[in-house]
Design a protein around this ligand. Structure first.
Ligand SMILES: [Zn+2]
Length: 313
């Protein structure tokens, strides 16, 4: 099955993903100190979301990951919204990114030495909806069936808005990947990338081996790429090597900048790692990653630095 990642890799050696969303919204003055995170901006200032996507396209990103990470029906309904309103906000996240992509691509000067950017609809983990940091521990109190029930209506809404691919990201455990892949089987034309958060060089957040996760995902037709995001950059090279031992599917990585996140205080501390983010991205490419970008605390400058070495920009 041809998918958005594979199509770009036919013509370019690397897919350039985008970077952090919330950091950029804050830089633009949005207050995202809220358990609904960037989804709050989707409700209140959707035009800001479009501006951040545009910044990342300009920086060189081939992929816009939508602002739906924490946008869930349950989350919006807790804010007093009706179910239909919640569903239309979820679809809106995809519509904003597609509109921005089309406007960007309408300018011929934007089309040199790059593919037409694609829109990846973000599917955040169940733990992101709980907003208690459990997406980094992966010990949910519910099983695979309940995880399917949680993901099914949002996946349906996102797919109705016709993104190019789904970005199932920051998953802490294999059960959640299995639940999403099961739901996806109702939409045979849609593919997804599956990306885990990891706690060290060989384990995802739940403590399961990335090796076992990659081996299982390798067998799944609709899985377009397998990877790691929202993880400390120093663990990533080893994780890529392990995934590569299990699959020929493209490997994608979009780690954090290197600062440490405290899930209790919901705050970042500590300086960035000594190796620059750009240097890391070159190492990850050499190790076998074929889609690279940034997660928390990364910026358009980090993405520009990837485009510089990967596209001679
Ligand atoms: Zn992150």
């Amino acid at each position: 099955m041809d998918n958005a990642i594979q199509s770009i890799l036919k013509e370019f050696p690397l897919v350039i993903l985008d970077g952090a969303f919330s950091t950029e919204l804050e830089r633009r003055g949005c207050d995202i100190n809220d358990e609904l995170w960037s989804a709050k901006i989707l409700m209140e200032q959707p035009e800001m979301i479009g501006k951040v996507h545009a910044d990342y396209f300009t920086a060189g990103a081939d992929v816009a990951i939508t602002a739906s990470y924490q946008a869930t029906i349950e989350g919006f309904m807790r804010r007093g919204m009706k179910k239909e309103e919640a569903l239309s906000l979820i679809r809106l996240s995809v519509e904003i990114a597609k509109k921005e992509r089309d406007e960007f691509w309408a300018h011929p000067e934007n089309r040199t030495n790059r593919p037409k950017p694609v829109v990846a609809a973000s599917v955040g983990p169940y733990g992101a909806f709980l907003a208690d940091g459990s997406e980094y521990r992966g010990h949910y109190k519910i099983g695979e069936c309940e995880l399917c029930d949680f993901h099914a209506p949002r996946l349906k809404a996102l797919i109705e808005a016709q993104p190019d691919i789904l970005a199932c990201e920051t998953l802490p455990c294999l059960a959640e990947a299995k639940a999403i892949v099961a739901v996806l089987q109702a939409y045979k034309d849609m593919s997804a990338w599956i990306s885990f958060s990891a706690k060290d060089e060989e384990h995802i957040s739940s403590g399961e081996k990335i090796l076992d996760c990659a081996a299982w995902l390798d067998q799944q037709n609709q899985v377009a790429a397998i990877g790691i995001n929202c993880t400390a950059p120093q663990y990533v090279k080893s994780l890529i090597e392990i995934i590569r031992s299990q699959t020929n599917k493209p490997i994608l990585v979009y780690p954090n900048s290197g600062e440490q996140y405290d899930a209790t205080t919901k705050d970042w501390h500590g300086a960035s790692a000594e190796t620059s983010f750009a240097d890391y991205t070159k190492q990850w490419y050499k190790a076998g990653a074929r889609a690279i970008g940034g997660c928390c605390r990364t910026t358009p400058d980090d993405i520009r630095a990837i485009a510089k070495w990967a596209r001679n920009k």
